[in-house]
Design a protein around this ligand. Sequence first.
Ligand code: WTA
Length: 681
Amino acid sequence: MADHQTPSTLESRLSEERVFEPPASFVSQANMTDASVYERFDRNYPAAFAEYAELLVWDREWDKVLDDSNPPFYRWFVGGRLNASVNCVDRHLESRGDRIAYHWVGEIGDERTLTYRELHRQVNEWAAMLRGLGVRENDVVTIHLPMVPELPIAMLACARIGAPHSVVFGGFSAHALSSRIDDAKSRFLVTIDGYYRRGQMLDHKKKGDEAIERADTDVEAVVVVTRNEEPAETLELVPGRDWLAKDLLEKHAGATVEPVSREASDILFLMYTSGTTGQPKGVQHSTGGYLAYATATSKWVLDIKPDDVYWCMADIGWITGHSYIVYGPLSLGTTSILFEGAPDWPSKDIVWKIAREKGVKLFHTSPTAIRMFMKWGPEPVEKQANDFRLMVTVGEPIQPRAWKWYYDHVGHGDAVIVDTWWQTETGGHVIVGLPALRNMRPGHAGRPLPGIDARIVDDEGNEVPQGSNKAGNLVLCRPWPGMLQTLYGADARFIEEYWARFSDTSSKDWKDWRYRTGDGAYQVHGDFRIMGRLDDVINVAGHRLGTMELESACQTVEEVAEAAVAVKRDEQKGHVPEVYAILKEGASRDGIEAKIVRAIEEEIGKFARPSRVHIVDDLPKTRSGKIMRRLLQNISNDEALGDTTTLRDPTVPVTIREQIAREPAKTREEVATEASDIELP
Ligand code: WTA
């Protein structure tokens, strides 16, 4: 990245100057009010992180907080043993077994309520069922479920028997699922017959069938959850391979399964995410470090108290749901909402109605959702008087205007807003606002959490001085307990993707290793402002996608010779991909845009659909043949073209721009993604 000047639009200048004080009513009850915590963690790094581990129950206490002998393969709470399902469920039974763990609200108005005791029963039965199907400790179980109670239940059942889970977001296609099954060599799949979306039952199981057919891995057993009492009519079971969960669970009714005592550094789960190549990366999280981190950040940052009712609108299929719908909130013994549906079905006030009825105090969502609510106007939210204490935003930079709308209309000016910057890889929050310690600054993610050492470096790795008004690469210079352990089965790629660029990889001293986040940022008054990805990752409505993944999906269309993806700014989704493709000699152009869109839906999922597809005669390339996506980006965003001097043929981008201006509006509509297609991350 070249030296980026920080943006100086009126909006960002205003936001840099304007701060908001938290209400005294928040500060007086906040979990984190100790201003000396930063100094304590700095002075006592890494030992102070024991405070995180102390929030858990351990079978055996750790001997050492951090083993840093082999960077960047750090091990936290070494020697400690624990079980995550015990921490999330069993430990609450005695004192709060009748407390509700989840209020599940289905799309068609049906509801299910799970107390901790009920959750315990079901997790045990599920654990017995998985064992019965042959799942052993360290076998990876792939879970491809939408937002139904069985999703957290299956995850916790895996955790109970020491089988790492790999949850694949329900919106992912069969192809995406099969590549994840193969990468993890996962022989077990949990899926569902179908689920509802805007009143319609969608067939989900067929994606699993197709994924298994495509996969090289031999999937031995498939557990099929049924969305309703009776299996969907479309459901077909493969004899000897597929099992209805409800049939097997009947056999294991009342079973209890002794939790497997796991080493702190044993794997809790894998979460596949997009990187700079087409191949998804299996981010590997540990049991002890991850769980301690998710729990402590839920307590300090989300301000969760056991008696709260909390609602994170994310999908459990992404990391936000893992850390802040499942592991963190359950570990603290609180009550959460699980919501199957879309935020505008059957009406645009459904979210606010559920929140009011269930007495939600802590509300957690993404800027994409906030922009969507904004577009609907204040009426739906104001119709349902809610009284939130704290509201979270995650996943993308939030524009000060959206922040202010959230603050005024959702929080009525008396709820705090906590912006949380983090990644699948970090396991939990890293840069956040802690309103009881510092005023809120709209559009800024805030300060690194205690013990975290975040810095901004230029492309050569030199630190960008604070106050220089220059942006650079955001790096993390100290290990932290929630960090990924490696990429599953790919240690070399782990080093290459995250460390090689800004570390001395020959060193055995952790101080020589810096984790590259892939994000650009700058600092104002000690607060970090995140600018977004600097690598080939796109953030579409808070979903992470790789440009390479999208481009390889386009390549599966026979007629396509070459394709490049540009990132276009979008008022609603933040960013959307636009495809520029060249066809093979003599290939038919007939319906080609729709074919490319379909290929992306099939290879990745509907949520990755491009906003437009442009068929062009040539792509802007350097003399060495590299596609300059940056110029396509300029075209997509109606910006002046950047430097074209290194192009083999500098007329190419000019021609593309002229061609696009002539494209019929109809093509645009045909491929346009509707706002109603937004799947929240
Ligand atoms: C972006 C989601 C600005 C960022 C938890 C990061 C954010 C990527 C914020 C990770 C925020 C996340 N402000 N940008 N508060 N939170 N991001 O892995 O670009 O799905 O690298 O994790 O989302 O996305 P992921």
